[in-house]
Design a protein around this ligand. Sequence first.
Ligand code: F6P
Length: 330
Amino acid sequence: MRRIGVMTSGGDAPGMNAAVRAVVRRALAAGVEVFGIRHGFLGLLRQEFTPLAMQSVHDIIHRGGTVLLTARCEEFLTPAGQARAVENISAAGIEGLVCIGGDGSLRGCVALERLGVPTTGVPGTIDNDLGGTDATIGFDTAVNTAVEAVDRVRDTAAAHERTFVVEVMGRSSGFIALHVGLACGADAILIPEVPWAAEDLCRRLRADAQNGWRHNVIVVAEGAGHGFELGQRIEQGTGLETRVTVLGHVQRGGSPTAVDRNLASRLGAGAVDFLLEGCHGVMAGVQGSSVAPVPLRLVTSTRRAIDPSLYELAAVLSSWRGGSGSVVDR
Ligand code: F6P
């Protein structure tokens, strides 16, 4: 291969820039040119290609967001859009592609592979919900950002003797909520993987209040319920003064942690190595201490499940578990 492309796609994640840097520098070190594709799959359709040099990725390892910009692109989902993307890739002399993103982005890689474009993926999403890798880029940073926020909320919750609901990201997975809730000693953690009922939670909060419990912090994943609705239910069902904080996109920004920078550097370089070795149609995943190629079809056809023993631990430490008390395979 003489020229490859690199792009970021879908929701941004802290550490994407570190991954872009690693892709560019690893490829240049192997004598391969790199084109940056701006705005992900949308940029493939709009031919937003820019040559990248060593210097182009200088001073970005510590920055959140993505210097290549990102987008969600409906048009690429159509056969006509995909055919146009392939034409543009070939017209630009790009012989292989590295795509950094989450579930939807990796599905886009599968489509390109099927149309003959050698593609490797890098797992970049704060949700940590991809199979075939122990971790995704951005998760550690998002968890640390949310932990800091919840610690602050706990201070004011204690000062006013209030109940707080903190909604964290995770449209369909509870990884962030579980890891944040465990790290913050949340009084209840609500995740989409475990059914729960507001009445049970209210009963428990009423009992705790009778035992002199003065304040609570409840962490809810956005996919498990809406923070504001839950806050209202709690106030109505317990009489406890309740406030709600939705952390939202705050969790997606900020400088990546060292864990995410190093993970991104390893996975970005790994994705280039696989591509240049002719091993494409794979995602570079971290498994234990190694970087391994994981077939994209496998990654996109399975969803990573949370660790039931971790949920169990969180449940024991907070003495709250969802209705059925066990993790449901989604
Ligand atoms: O990046 C994944 C994610 O953070 C989800 O947890 C969340 O639901 C979604 O992105 C929201 O992203 P957007 O506002 O960009 O659609």
